[in-house]
Design a protein around this ligand. Structure first.
Ligand SMILES: Cc1cc2nc3c(=O)[nH]c(=O)nc-3n(C[C@H](O)[C@H](O)[C@H](O)COP(=O)(O)OP(=O)(O)OC[C@H]3O[C@@H](n4cnc5c(N)ncnc54)[C@H](O)[C@@H]3O)c2cc1C
Length: 279
């Protein structure tokens, strides 16, 4: 409702023109400017709740924090929940609730051609297995040296259950034959390289009823909060939902410290007919 019906502006799409890792680097710089530290490639293995802190364990080391926001995928949460100091029962209950969420796969099909197959930087491909076309060599020309001819196209298939059991060649053949229906020049273009990336547990699956298993930011432990696109944001598994969950966790943490900071940005106002529905 929020992004498709409420107003024409709410459905505007953003397509990054830089690799996502470049976007994340701004968040790292923001944290470091405030004397925070970011540890990349550091897997947390467990959490222990103490009276005035939470201890995180990683690679044989342990570090103590005032508060912790667990912002991992839903299927990675279980082993991070505290089980010591009388926490076992609450952990088992939360784990059982979250375990009811199912995963949904996303498949990326990366194709490099000897020529451009379209002038479009981006297209939504309807009524076929392939769904989204991003012409990366137009959207992110820095990825492909100016001297390099040809084009780099990524096709994205959400909820790609039918592709999970298929082999790489089968997927590439299917993608090429469908892509040629939209852009006939694909039939003459030479495919230089192809890669298929299957993310079997890409996101949680927004099945009917799944909202009732999505936990709030607050947990049974006052110093531990949850964030992630799978928490109770009211949104499906999207970057927007993930960002909202982060704001929600920040707000819950601030409230637990007696602060009234508001982080969540207000929704866009309803326009046109939607104003009649009081949303
Ligand atoms: C291929 C693909 C395409 C997508 N396309 C779109 C799109 O076009 N638009 C859109 O809105 N959304 C898209 N999504 C969905 C979007 O990426 C997710 O909704 C969003 O990234 C979820 O953010 P998150 O912070 O909840 O989780 P994540 O981004 O999954 O972050 C969780 C982090 O936790 C880390 N982690 C896991 N275990 C541990 C541990 N033990 N210790 C420390 N760290 C740990 C992981 O490494 C990861 O970095 C796509 C997803 C995929 C997979």
């Amino acid at each position: 409702r929020e992004s498709f019906l409420k107003s024409p502006g709410a459905g505007r799409m953003g397509v990054p023109t830089v690799p996502l890792s470049d976007l994340y680097s701004y968040a790292i710089a923001y944290i470091e400017r405030r004397d925070g530290k970011v540890h990349l490639r550091t897997s947390v293995e467990g959490a222990i709740v103490e009276p005035n802190s939470v201890v995180l364990q990683s690679g044989g080391a342990a570090e103590r924090f005032d508060f912790v926001v667990l912002a991992v995928p839903h299927n990675a949460l279980g082993k991070l929940l505290p089980s010591q100091n009388g926490s076992g029962g609450a952990s088992a209950q939360l784990q059982a609730q979250v375990a009811r969420l199912e995963s949904s796969p996303i498949t990326g099909i990366h194709l490099w051609f000897d020529r451009e197959i379209t002038e479009l930087p981006h297209a939504v491909l309807l009524d076929r297995t392939i769904q989204w076309m991003f012409q990366k060599s137009r959207l992110q020309p820095q990825r492909q040296g100016a001297e390099q001819a040809g084009s780099y196209v990524e096709l994205v298939v959400s909820s790609s259950k039918s592709l999970v059991a298929m082999g790489r060649k089968e997927i590439v053949d299917l993608a090429l034959s469908e892509l040629a229906e939209f852009f006939p020049v694909v039939r003459e273009a030479k495919l230089l390289k192809a890669t298929v990336v299957k993310e079997v547990h890409a996101t949680y699956s927004a099945l009917p009823g799944s909202d009732s298993y999505r936990p709030e930011s607050r947990t049974p432990w006052p110093r531990i909060f949850l964030a992630g696109d799978w928490t109770a944001t009211g949104w499906p598994a999207t970057m927007e939902g993930a960002v909202r969950s982060g704001y929600g966790a920040a707000q819950a943490l601030a409230e637990s410290n007696g602060r009234s900071d508001k982080f969540l940005v207000s929704d866009l106002p309803a326009e046109g007919l939607m104003r009649l529905f009081g949303t």
